[in-house]
Design a protein around this ligand. Structure first.
Ligand code: PEP
Ligand code: MN
Length: 343
């Protein structure tokens, strides 16, 4: 149930509505936007009738949320959510770019990549310190040493850090070092990790599972939102299909489909979606053209020496080209004749 309050509703009036909902055993969230004030109470219509709430002082209207994703649903808030990651606003009019290697490998590697990422005008650096690897014999990341290097990189280049949390046990350390915590595709249905991410102070980048439907992905977001973290960004990173020319299949149509169902920003990761350097730029541009709010892209100073995901890492010059071309596609979409075509 979405309870739309009068914009001039007093704090006492809001408290009274919350008290009624809480007495009925409901967990709810208040959304305060410049021109709207509302309360989302998932599943409230199962225990309370709208006509019990509608006459209360300060209440304008009660609207049922018919979507099964009560908090992620586009009906749950007025307008779209913008997630601020160290000054980069994801989900607003600007295209958000995140670039960096798959993993932190050494001081020299991460400083070299961070330097050209920052020089390209990109403000967010991605790199895993804890790596979820298919084989237990593959490079697993530098762990806490990697997090320390990322903190140094942030200070040196003024970059926001996007890095993955793979388990509840090490989540505190990742949360401390990150500006945005990534939940990887393999963990999209790790419900304990999702709940922990929901109690995280930092924004969360939620990758789509390799075999997840849009519905399952939004339920995963619901776990995070349900614990109180409103700063969730969805990231499409390719799904497993029988098409075998690439590592995964970039599900382009899920971008506008997700944006129609949810108020959350949607990004595209063309690197894991393809696994092939030659496909990363075209698929990244396709993601932007489909209305993605941003791109998450892997790049490495020496891809041939990378300890993980080298074949999909863009060379520095290609990374700069992608930044320029993605910006051009995004600007083209904002041209007056095209505005409104997607949303
Ligand atoms: C990554 O971002 O390096 C990664 C492991 O991604 P995914 O979870 O999408 O496979
Ligand atoms: Mn990777």
């Amino acid at each position: 149930m979405l309870i739309l309050m009068e914009t001039q509703a007093t704090p006492d009036q809001v408290r009274e509505v919350l008290a009624l909902l809480e007495a009925a055993g409901l967990r709810c969230q208040v959304n305060q936007a410049p021109e709207s004030l509302s309360i989302v109470a998932p599943n409230a219509s199962k225990v309370l009738k709208a006509d019990r709430i509608e006459p209360m002082a300060g209440v304008r209207r009660v609207v049922p949320i018919t979507s099964p994703y009560k908090l992620a649903s586009a009906d749950a808030v007025a307008g779209r959510t913008i997630v601020d990651v160290r000054g980069v606003r994801i989900g607003g009019p600007d295209l958000a770019l995140v670039g960096g290697p798959c993993g932190v490998e050494s001081r020299e590697q991460i400083f070299t990549v961070a330097r050209y990422v920052a020089e390209a005008g990109v403000k967010l650096l991605r790199a895993g310190a804890y790596k979820p690897r298919t084989s237990p014999y593959s490079f697993q990341g530098l762990g806490s040493e990697g997090l320390c290097l990322l903190e140094e990189v942030r200070a040196e280049f003024d970059l926001g850090i996007v890095t993955e949390a793979t388990e509840v046990e090490t989540f505190d350390a990742v949360e401390h070092s990150a500006d945005m915590v990534q939940i990887g595709a393999r963990n999209m249905q790790n419900f304990a990790l999702l709940r922990r991410a929901g109690r995280c102070e930092k924004p969360v980048l939620l990758k789509r599972g390799p075999s997840a439907t849009l519905e399952e992905w939004l339920y995963a977001a619901e776990y995070v939102l349900g614990e109180g973290n409103r700063n969730v960004v969805l990231c499409e990173r390719g799904i497993r299909t029988w098409s075998d020319h690439a590592r995964n299949t970039l599900d382009i149509s899920v971008v506008p489909a997700a944006k129609a169902l949810t108020h959350l920003p949607v990004m595209v990761d063309p690197s894991h979606a393809t696994g092939r350097r030659d496909l990363v730029i075209p698929c990244g541009l396709a993601g932007v053209a489909a209305g993605a709010d941003g791109l998450l892209v892997e790049t490495h100073c020496h891809p041939e020496k990378a300890l993980s995901d080298g074949p999909q890492a863009l060379l520095p010059s290609d990374f700069i080209r992608l930044v320029e071309q993605a910006g051009a596609v995004h600007r083209a979409l904002q041209a007056p004749s095209l505005t409104g075509l997607w949303m």
